[in-house]
Design a protein around this ligand. Structure first.
Ligand SMILES: NC(=O)c1ccc[n+]([C@@H]2O[C@H](COP(=O)([O-])OP(=O)(O)OC[C@H]3O[C@@H](n4cnc5c(N)ncnc54)[C@H](O)[C@@H]3O)[C@@H](O)[C@H]2O)c1
Ligand SMILES: [Zn+2]
Length: 364
């Protein structure tokens, strides 16, 4: 199904036709197909999938607990043991039905089990659709270090079904939208201008979602195609993530914070740093900040990082694998729609940028 290395993704009705054909023609025994879910997608998403392709009921379901905490090597070992127990072979197929946690874990297991078996992603969160299941990165966390163990591995194809979004909580929709906003900021001002007109996510209709998701995937895929292994250009997708990931790691055991919300905080800090040292205009910075503050409303309680906390977050950043020559590397905006990478930022500026989010609303 992989087309000369070109990545394939399909939407709604067409997607299920293609999946059905694939299962009927490429899979020897449906009992040798494994659907990876978490307990939430088992409840909400399996019924939708089975209503579309009835004979998938004969496949094996591997259910894990939901949540980022499960994204570790122990869960992968548990899944590999399950695959062995149920006699998975090199011809077995894994279908990942879930958010980014499931597609990251399932993709990674597919890449290592018997030195690699086929897999298909069916993302069920917005973040999964526009980001986590695009771009061939799979992996798990090592203690508090995000995505420290992983691989690049290409799925057979990707299925987008907007219906899955109906049960997704609003905070998860907002989390996914963070990546869409980022795609506009780093590479496509027209897309940013569309996204920044959204005032209320609950007012977006199915057609609009299809359209916006399609465009967002297109932007990311185009960047990935030019630099699949992240030697250069692809690093722009990390905009907002150097600080975002550190915040996410820092909060992992404390107050849980969603990936996209951490990224929004990272985008605000890193836009400010972009203004300071990378030529982003004050007007662009203000537009970014006001758009994000409007979409991600502020809380009365001011979130105020202490110096000690900021130092701890900086230490986490030091571990970030994007660091080269012992310097923390950032991707920074030049203007809305244009981003540079490999930018070295002095520590004091990173610290200062934290003042930018001290009024930021933590959704939980
Ligand atoms: N591989 C990549 O390139 C890449 C890129 C971005 C993010 N990621 C990773 O993705 C993960 C975050 O993904 P996520 O935000 O999808 O998290 P997630 O997979 O934890 O899903 C969020 C929550 O929504 C629930 N859920 C999923 N689908 C649902 C549905 N249709 N209805 C109701 N609830 C549903 C899940 O059970 C979970 O509780 C992080 O681990 C991040 O590192 C990976
Ligand atoms: Zn992200």
């Amino acid at each position: 199904m992989k087309n000369n290395g070109e990545f394939m993704y399909f939407f709604n009705e067409k997607a299920y036709k293609i999946l059905k054909n694939y299962l009927l023609n490429k899979v020897e025994d449906i009992k040798n197909t494994f659907i990876l879910v978490d307990d939430v997608t088992y409840k909400y998403c399996i019924p939708i999938l089975f209503s579309r392709i009835n004979f998938l009921k004969e496949s094996n379901i591997i259910k894990i607990k939901s949540g980022e905490k499960e994204k570790n090597i122990h869960t992968c070992i548990h899944i590999c043991k399950y695959l062995d127990k149920f006699k998975a072979t090199r011809k077995s197929l894994i279908i990942n039905l879930g958010g980014g946690v499931i597609t990251d874990i399932g993709g990674f297991v597919a890449s290592i089990f018997k030195r690699g078996i086929c897999f298909i992603n069916i993302p069920t969160t917005l973040l999964g659709m526009v980001d986590a299941s695009i771009g061939y990165k799979t992996g798990v966390n090592l203690d508090y270090i995000k995505n420290e163990i992983g691989s690049f591995y290409i799925p057979e194809f990707l299925i987008i079904d907007i219906n899955f979004l109906k049960t997704l909580p609003k905070k998860e929709i907002l989390s996914g939208m963070a990546e869409m906003l980022k795609h506009g900021l780093i590479a496509d001002i027209n897309f940013w201008n569309k996204m920044n007109k959204i005032k209320n996510v609950t007012e977006i209709d199915i057609n609009q979602w299809n359209n916006l998701i399609h465009q967002s995937i297109f932007i990311k895929q185009k960047i990935v195609d030019q630099d699949p292994k992240e030697k250069g250009l692809r690093k722009i997708l990390n905009f907002g993530h150097t600080i975002g990931h550190a915040l996410e790691s820092y909060f992992m055991d404390k107050k849980k914070i969603l990936h996209g919300i951490a990224v929004i905080m990272g985008i605000i800090c890193e836009s400010w740093i972009s203004y300071k040292i990378n030529g982003l205009s004050m007007d662009d910075y203000k537009e970014i900040k006001s758009t994000l503050f409007a979409l991600y409303p502020m809380q009365k309680k001011i979130y105020n990082f202490s110096d000690l906390e900021v130092n701890k977050i900086l230490m986490i950043m030091d571990h970030d694998k994007k660091n080269e020559k012992n310097k923390i590397q950032f991707s920074l905006l030049k203007k809305i729609g244009k981003c540079s990478y490999n930018c070295v930022v002095p520590y004091f500026l990173i610290k200062e940028s934290f003042f930018e989010i001290k009024h930021f609303f933590l959704i939980h």
